[in-house]
Design a protein around this ligand. Sequence first.
Ligand SMILES: C[C@H](O)[C@@H](O)CC(=O)C(=O)O
Ligand SMILES: [Mg+2]
Length: 448
Amino acid sequence: MATSEAVITRMDVKDVRFPTSLEAHGSDAMHTDPDYSCAYVIIHTDANDSLAGHGLTFTIGRGTEIVVLACKTLSRLVIGQKLSDVYSDFGRYWRKLTSESQLRWLGPEKGVMHLATAAVLNALWDLYAKLENKPLWKLLVDMSPQELVSCIDFRYITDALTKEDALQMLQENLSTKQTRECELLNTGYPAYTTSVAWLGYSDETLSKLCEKALKEGWSKFKVKVGADLADDKRRCALIRKHIGWERKMMMDANQRWDVNEAIDYMKELAEYKPWWIEEPTSPDDILGHAAIAQALSPLDIGVATGEHAQNRVIFKQLLQAKAVKFCQIDSCRLGSVNENLAVIMMAKKFGVPVCPHAGGVGLCELVQHISLFDYICVSASLENRVIEYVDHLHEHFKYPVCIKNACYMPPQNAGYSTEMIAKSISDYEYPKGSAWQQLIMEGKFQTP
Ligand SMILES: C[C@H](O)[C@@H](O)CC(=O)C(=O)O
Ligand SMILES: [Mg+2]
């Protein structure tokens, strides 16, 4: 694959926030007032082609400035790099970024540093796809199995997935991938919606949004639970009243419970027939998830988790311990495409469907590319597989997602779909953007 001889000359990092808390968009049992935000990275080179890589990592408001600083700290490993050195051995470069001898003390491969790693690498993948003039999913689909595995750092996962396993997996699907690509171009990748039932929505809003979603053709709905059992029962009953019993309902507790509490609580909610319970407890508690999965299996409720799983090692253990029935990768929590490739291949090996998390700004735009690649080259199945969709803030992206009949249609524009409209960045840059100045003046937010 041809890559540019250009050298990275500059990396801009911005703190971009949207006031979603004003209307309780994105609210759940633990994150009651999120302002969907991101650390936004733009990578420039010395090439005379006006191409720049745009990437982001998702945050929910306060603390974004810390992620921005972490991105800036990583820039010493980015500026001066020749693009061909990055892309010709992307796995090696990934390790350079994540294993820097002093910075790794701040992680390793977790928390703020890993969120920053995702923002930087998402920008580099965006630039890579733009240089090849392809949407990211197509860039991946057209790579050879060898090129793909060279993007992955297999350190810490070879007891579950070796390079040879990954190569074999990819090779097995080569002869049929064209058919699946055509299928996706025609029908898209199935999705579910979370937008109808954020925890802070009133019953009236919930009913209105359910009816709207039904008209749009949605058949799978996620509801936030975990703050109050009686309230959850009322809301779940209301949603079932609208969507009936044939359509699927998922529940998301966002880490609210202890292990036994999760089991007891879900026994109470079982009557509403949830397909899965998402993040029932701490994202670090692998054995706890396994215990919950075992206890809820007779009720036919699967455990889903991953949006806070900090790296491929946690996913490896969740899979090894049979702790998850649905594997929820995240384009910004993990170290970009490279680490997501490792996780989707591990999930394939353990026979667990990947259903990405996308509740946040830009996450739908990003993760659709990974799922399209997953189906075409790795899983070769759509059974029990859905991408999350949330109906917020797409208007700020240059190439927003396209949903038809409750499916993600494959993006056609070159890149990783992360580029925001320049005016949106300047208006919502925190706190100096005009939108924030206005909100502060109106007394809706305090001066930081
Ligand atoms: C704070 C976020 O909105 C979170 O609730 C998203 C989430 O858990 C999901 O989309 O799933
Ligand atoms: Mg969730």
